[in-house]
Design a protein around this ligand. Structure first.
Ligand code: AMP
Ligand code: MG
Length: 328
């Protein structure tokens, strides 16, 4: 069975083709880059509509299959930006109706976890999912992926991007902040906010920009921003590991590219005798393959949807989805 998955929650329009054993045949994508500032939802949606055809053709060509060979359609129904979600959903519904194949709504955050489990052969990880749009600590328990901790305001990737913009660095901020942080020598105290198991990054971001305006060294600031934000992420992930006693830790999302964050999480995992996984970059980022693979899992476990049940859910939470393909 071949599943074609469409991702379109934010800046990336992706089409992946995956078979029922988890072989990824294609993972084509195009990413909208704003001319300036952050993502404009309507512009991103227009980008998706304009590029849907070439990305789809690219995926079919890479997989060496015809569109008629597709047996199942999956798409990212949420969480994400309304206009982007609606564009991806419209493409998915049109294709599913035309091909007369079943359609499955997939939760974007869960798809990140599932593609990581597939590519890393991880069984039951505590996952830290960190990107420009999301920050969550996720682990499976009693039939669902539970959110053990999450940001109460902005995602950590957004914190790095907005800080970068505030101090005159290009978008995306994460890679530049990482590079400059390597030259940082002195830790500048910044607000470290963990509330219960949840995180907050907006005060940290504002204060880091303020310190820059007050004349703090940019290398020291980038270093301090990373150390503060990442220590908070590791603290919450560590408590989830200690509580669940799981023996695997996985890091995914765009911010997973950061070597310092990897190093800190790996250290923590080692202390708990847990294995540490980071999927290849292609599968850490938003992509169609993760949607296609999760679509297969959902379909194989008997879920069927009518077309009118495929509405998008901008705030669809990770812990609202039953996960019948996992036990324990
Ligand atoms: P995503 O939202 O998953 O596409 O990931 C994009 C986010 O990852 C942006 O906020 C980037 O700033 C961030 N990012 C990318 N590379 C790095 C890096 N090396 N260090 C920290 N953040 C990064
Ligand atoms: Mg994502």
């Amino acid at each position: 069975m071949l599943c074609l998955g469409i991702e379109g929650t934010a800046h990336t329009f992706g089409v992946g083709i995956v078979d029922s054993r988890g072989k990824v045949l294609a993972n084509a994508l195009k990413t909208y880059v704003p001319a300036k500032g952050g993502i404009h939802p309507r512009e991103a949606a227009q980008f998706h509509a304009a590029n849907a055809r070439v990305v789809l053709d690219g995926a079919l060509k890479a997989a060496r299959v015809a569109i008629e060979d597709v047996d199942l359609l999956a798409f990212s129904a949420g969480p994400g930006l309304g206009p982007c979600l609606r564009t991806a959903a419209t493409a998915a519904r049109a294709l599913a109706s035309w091909l007369d194949v079943p359609i499955i709504s997939v939760n974007h955050c869960i798809a990140h976890v599932e593609i990581g489990r597939l590519t890393e052969r991880a069984r039951d990880p505590v996952t830290l999912y960190v990107s420009g749009g999301n920050t969550q600590v996720i682990a499976f328990d009693a039939g669902r992926y539970r959110v053990f901790g999450e940001t109460l305001d902005i995602p950590v990737g957004n914190c790095l991007d907005v800080f970068a913009r505030g101090v005159g660095l290009p978008y995306p901020g994460g890679p530049t902040v990482e590079r400059l942080a390597r030259e940082g020598k002195r830790y500048i105290p910044l607000p470290y906010v963990v509330k219960g198991m949840d995180l907050s990054f907006s005060g940290l971001m504002t204060e880091a920009v303020r310190k820059h305006r007050a004349g703090a060294d940019l290398h020291d600031l980038c270093f301090s921003l990373q150390e503060t934000a990442f220590a908070a992420l590791v603290e919450v992930t560590e408590r989830a590991v200690a509580h669940t006693e799981k023996k695997e830790v996985m890091l995914t999302g765009g911010v997973a590219a950061n070597q310092r964050l990897r190093e800190m999480l790996k250290l923590m995992a080692n202390e708990h005798k847990a294995k540490f996984f980071v999927p290849p970059r292609e599968y850490c980022q938003d992509c169609g393959a993760m949607i296609a693979w999760t679509g297969i899992l959902v379909y194989k476990h008997g879920l069927r949807q009518k077309l009118r049940e495929t509405g998008v859910k901008q705030r669809w939470r990770t812990d609202q989805v039953d996960i019948p393909w996992r036990t324990g």
